[in-house]
Design a protein around this ligand. Structure first.
Ligand SMILES: *[C@@H]1O[C@H](CO)[C@@H](O)[C@H](O)[C@H]1NC(C)=O
Ligand SMILES: *[C@@H]1O[C@H](CO)[C@@H](O)[C@H](O)[C@H]1NC(C)=O
Ligand SMILES: *[C@@H]1O[C@H](CO)[C@@H](O)[C@H](O)[C@H]1NC(C)=O
Length: 362
């Protein structure tokens, strides 16, 4: 399959380190499906100084290196790949996410591919997973994989995660399940799942919503039939080509003695078109902060979404002040992406409210 000119152009903007853009491999086995792998970097593509090094390493391997390191991938699928970026995931932004989106959309729209895999740093993997889940409406699976230990670690987790990711992308069992994440044998929902632990291998979870499935030996075991999460909403971003078209949304974090002027700075000086609050408890802000927030809302009319700084739980629509919006079960970083997609799509305040209230228990 050839890449469209638009995609090639946006990829050449995103990629910075001169790695090959696209490698098409010879078909090795006509009885196996095709899977396209999109490499973005991260710990899975990193090298450390010794086998015991599990912190303080740097990205140094291409997606081609990752594939070569797992010869048994050839038993699961015929593979080709696109190197979209090669950085830690904290350096990823919409300049990378837009071509990643278009690259996956093109591959899945083609009869040639059964599914797609994205290799990604774990730090912001949940954000990319959420964005892809809401913007790619395909029956075919997208599986995100990363690693918590660099490729040089004595017991690196990346090779198995990549193998399981390709298995998911190649399997008919995975259809209709949107964007998934696989790490440490667990198959997780890209919509709900978040990084829970800064260091441990079993870092991806959605404590309340659970996992979608598990790898038992080489078998994919799904716990449920395919279903969309309550609150899932499709956004058509097929015309989105430039990161500057995505409205700025800033997240503010709650704490005792918080400076109520932060929202003023965010809106007046930094040009935020929407605000997400990582509020305390069920999304609450300080009393003086609420007064300033209301003034900003009345002056600028921008959406203010109350999410929570707690690890889990919900901000019901009624728990936010009446001018504001509750994030439902979405954490601040996922709320930000949902609000950006609403604003990009030109939704009214009422439409935005409806989209977010969908994430409150359906
Ligand atoms: C092709 O893949 C199938 C299914 O995994 C396997 O049974 C067969 O041996 C493979 N053929 C070759 C030539 O590798
Ligand atoms: C994304 O990061 C790259 C550097 O990797 C930078 O050149 C680009 O301007 C950033 N894009 C946005 C939208 O911030
Ligand atoms: C994308 O652009 C085309 C051409 O201008 C237009 O017809 C179409 O409605 C646009 N799609 C969306 C979702 O905005």
């Amino acid at each position: 399959m050839r890449l469209s000119n638009t995609l090639l152009l946006s990829l050449s903007v995103a990629i910075s380190n001169g790695a090959p853009l696209l490698e098409i491999r010879e078909e090795k086995n006509s009885s196996l499906p095709y899977v396209r792998i999109f490499g973005t970097g991260g710990t899975i593509a990193s090298r450390g100084s010794s086998g015991a090094t599990t912190a303080g390493y740097s990205v140094g391997l291409t997606v081609d290196d990752l594939i070569q390191a797992v010869p048994s991938l050839a038993d699961k699928a015929n593979l080709d790949y696109i190197q979209v970026a090669n950085v830690g995931s904290n350096s990823l932004n919409y300049t990378h996410l837009i071509p990643l989106h278009h690259g996956i959309s093109e591959a899945l729209a083609s009869d040639d591919y059964a599914g797609a895999v994205v290799t990604h740093g774990t730090d912001t993997l949940e954000e990319t997973a959420f964005f892809l889940d809401l913007t790619i409406n395909s029956e075919k699976p997208i599986c995100m994989v990363g690693a918590m230990r660099p490729a040089t670690a004595t017991s690196a987790d990346g090779p198995m995660n990549l193998y399981q990711g390709v298995s998911i992308a190649a399997s008919e069992k995975s259809q209709g399940r949107g964007t998934m994440i696989v790490l440490n044998d667990r198959i997780a929902s890209g919509f709900w799942t978040t990084k829970m632990n800064a260091n441990s291998l079993n870092t991806f979870a959605a404590d309340e919503q659970g996992y979608l499935g598990y790898f038992s030996n080489d078998d994919i075991e799904f716990y449920y039939p395919p279903v969309k999460p309550n609150g899932w909403h499709y956004f058509d971003v097929s015309n989105l080509t430039d990161a500057s078209e995505v409205p700025e949304v800033i997240i503010l974090y709650s704490y005792q003695n918080l400076n109520p002027q932060l929202i003023v700075k965010a809106v007046k000086d930094l040009g935020a078109k929407g605000i997400v609050l990582a509020g305390s408890g069920a999304g609450s802000w300080t009393a003086t902060g609420d007064i300033v927030n209301r003034q900003i809302f009345e002056e600028y009319g921008i959406p203010i979404v109350h999410s929570r700084r707690t690890a889990d739980g919900t901000v019901p629509p009624d728990d936010a002040p009446e001018y504001a919006i509750g994030s439902g079960y979405l954490n601040p970083q996922k709320s930000r992406i949902l609000l950006q997609l609403c604003l990009y799509s030109g939704y009214s305040m009422d439409q935005i409210r409806t989209v977010f209230s969908g994430v409150y228990g359906g």
